[in-house]
Design a protein around this ligand. Sequence first.
Ligand SMILES: Nc1nc2c(c(=O)[nH]1)N[C@H]1C(S)=C(S)[C@@H](COP(=O)(O)OP(=O)(O)OC[C@H]3O[C@@H](n4cnc5c(=O)[nH]c(N)nc54)[C@H](O)[C@@H]3O)O[C@H]1N2
Ligand SMILES: Nc1nc2c(c(=O)[nH]1)N[C@H]1C(S)=C(S)[C@@H](COP(=O)(O)OP(=O)(O)OC[C@H]3O[C@@H](n4cnc5c(=O)[nH]c(N)nc54)[C@H](O)[C@@H]3O)O[C@H]1N2
Ligand code: SF4
Ligand SMILES: [Mo]
Length: 666
Amino acid sequence: MRSFCRICTSVCGILVDVSPGGDVLRVRGDPDHPFSHGYTCAKGRALPEVHHHPARLERPLLRVGDELRPTTWDACLDDLATRLRTIIDAHGPQAIGIFFGSGVGMDAAGYRMAEALHAAIGTPARFSPLTIDGTAKVLVADQVGGFVGLSPHVDAERTELVVYLGVNPVVSHGHTSAHPDPVTALRTLRAHAEVWVIDPRRTETARLADRHLAPRPGTDYAVLAHLVRELLRDGAARDVIDRCVGRDELAAAVEPFGREHAARLADIPEAELADLLDAVRRAGRVGVVTGTGVTMADSANVTQWLAWVLMIVTDSMNRPGGVWLHPGFFHQLESFELPVSPPDGGVFGAGPGTRPESRSFFGEWPCAVLADEIRAGNIRAVLNLGGHLVTAFPDARSLVPALRALDVFATIEIIANDTTALSTHVLPTKDQLERADVTLWDALMPRVAAQHTPAIVDAVGDRRSSWWVLAELGRRLGFELADTTGPSATDDVRLATIAANGRHPFDDIVAAGWVETAPELPAPWVERHLDRLGGWRLAPSLLVEQLAALREPEPLVLVPRRQARHLNSQLDFLGEAVEVVVHPDDARTTGIEDGRPVVVRSDQGELVGVAKVDEAVRRGAVSVPHGHQHANVNELTREGDIDPVTGMAHYSGIPITIHPAPAHER
Ligand SMILES: Nc1nc2c(c(=O)[nH]1)N[C@H]1C(S)=C(S)[C@@H](COP(=O)(O)OP(=O)(O)OC[C@H]3O[C@@H](n4cnc5c(=O)[nH]c(N)nc54)[C@H](O)[C@@H]3O)O[C@H]1N2
Ligand SMILES: Nc1nc2c(c(=O)[nH]1)N[C@H]1C(S)=C(S)[C@@H](COP(=O)(O)OP(=O)(O)OC[C@H]3O[C@@H](n4cnc5c(=O)[nH]c(N)nc54)[C@H](O)[C@@H]3O)O[C@H]1N2
Ligand code: SF4
Ligand SMILES: [Mo]
């Protein structure tokens, strides 16, 4: 049967073989799929094992003392709603925290119902992977572009130069621009474009590129500032710059980044900087693709800002051969006047009680404040909608006892893990093969498209749709969010409400499976927005201030890395080792041996992995994968270590030391 994979945002088309008894036998790529053309990765092909996972959850569980006991939906939801109601009545809705985790993030109907329940409860304590993944992108779209929803994608067919900066699509399939079949995509790109990769590790992507630069972690901004400085002097698109705001402030901000200074900060040869500048001048336009290597660093906002500025001054924004801005399939940004946010930012609101200085960002509180808010008694219940908080949030050491102390910690999940083990209520929902769905995050696909899948198999055990669970919970709290019992209580009826504003009627999407329209480039809606904005804002003062305040990185730091057979905390049965990549010089001075256990230690805690001594990683950077329950990077991170503007957790550039593991750990 035909479906699409919702493990990551590449949403590859898949064919699923199911036995007459309903067992999922095999998943392979759908050769007729217009986006992925038959491609799948090891994760997508592991969907049968996810579905038949030995620890899969099939019944609601309710904590009684130290034990999670199977129960009925009615008993579980009645108990949960009664306890939530008591908390809301005594302490107000802000005592309920809600985490929109990745598990519900790829479940379109569930996600929309979560938004409805959140709005009905009316709590400001909303959390999501945004503040542990990539706030810089939203911030810069808002600050420079005046609208949070501007999402650039490379004009892959016409570009002559692409710079991948802190992103490794060959493994991750992209951060905010999905790449199914990344190896083929890169080879096709290289037939007509130069490809540069900037990453402290010579990544799988770098190996397929023309050139690789390996600056010190967190110093990418110096490389970009240098390019912008030189282009402003010679080579920038004057007519475009004249239409922008903040030209002089930008020039002053990048003025210190002469070649020598930038090369010293980034610790790369001056000749490499000169080569990159020549490449930009040669190509004229450039697409800069950034990822979590940028957004997780303390320089995140500044680097993302300068990446946009580089594209603006080369007239690459909304131009053929540069980048196009995604209008959204469902949102259709071209169909209305985009609001223009005030120059000092439209994304901030009141912050949490324990950290008033860290404002809410885009309607959310930083994940990093959750533990503090619980300890202070401000948050007494947490609804965790498909998140693995223990591995995802910073500072697991302070978070775990806080979660354990909650009156209510309800988790929507499909597979038992260290987070469900801490929960008071475990709500088992349909996995992706058990539910109908549509692509929700359409702007992350480099196509203006939507797709639909029916459910492939019946839900096992007592699993229900997460939209149903949330609507039933809402009903018990006094909110009528959706019909949960009548003939319209189906997944597809919920999905039709999402598609209601879209470009095609829902029935057509269902019938065709995949529908798309070609993006315009240049797109008139972007130009109209720019006119209302008064031109790109080249030098927002809060970014200029952050640039001036940046400090040099510590001599030895952790940098994050995704693994091919792991999706954050998921799919650990595929057996990815916790491979810690260390440069030979750093190994020598610390006594680390290749293939031997290594302790990675911060001032917070430590984890044990297996050393891979490899000059593919630069000196001073230690590459550590995240998402492993038993080697949890978030034992090393610190809840207070967040971006002062957005509250984004710093997950890259963490000062560490490395040590050979003591004999008993070998
Ligand atoms: N130190 C450090 N921390 C990090 C990162 C890092 O690089 N370093 N990366 C960060 C990033 S980018 C992100 S996005 C976050 C991710 O953090 P989370 O949002 O917590 O994501 P996952 O770890 O993938 O957990 C998702 C959970 O959803 C469950 N699930 C899977 N499918 C379904 C489904 O269909 N329905 C339901 N209900 N549940 C399902 C899975 O079993 C899994 O337990 O972690 C962040 N944390
Ligand atoms: N296989 C797989 N795919 C995934 C995921 C997964 O866990 N596994 N997770 C999904 C999720 S939630 C997300 S958010 C995306 C993330 O997608 P990506 O952002 O592409 O994530 P990574 O593959 O870790 O690539 C980040 C790169 O940044 C580099 N880096 C670290 N610090 C710095 C720095 O200071 N400067 C520079 N220039 N580079 C730096 C790292 O070495 C790494 O190669 O991937 C998604 N896809
Ligand atoms: S790249 Fe892999 S995990 Fe992502 S959608 Fe495609 S098959 Fe699924
Ligand atoms: Mo992410």
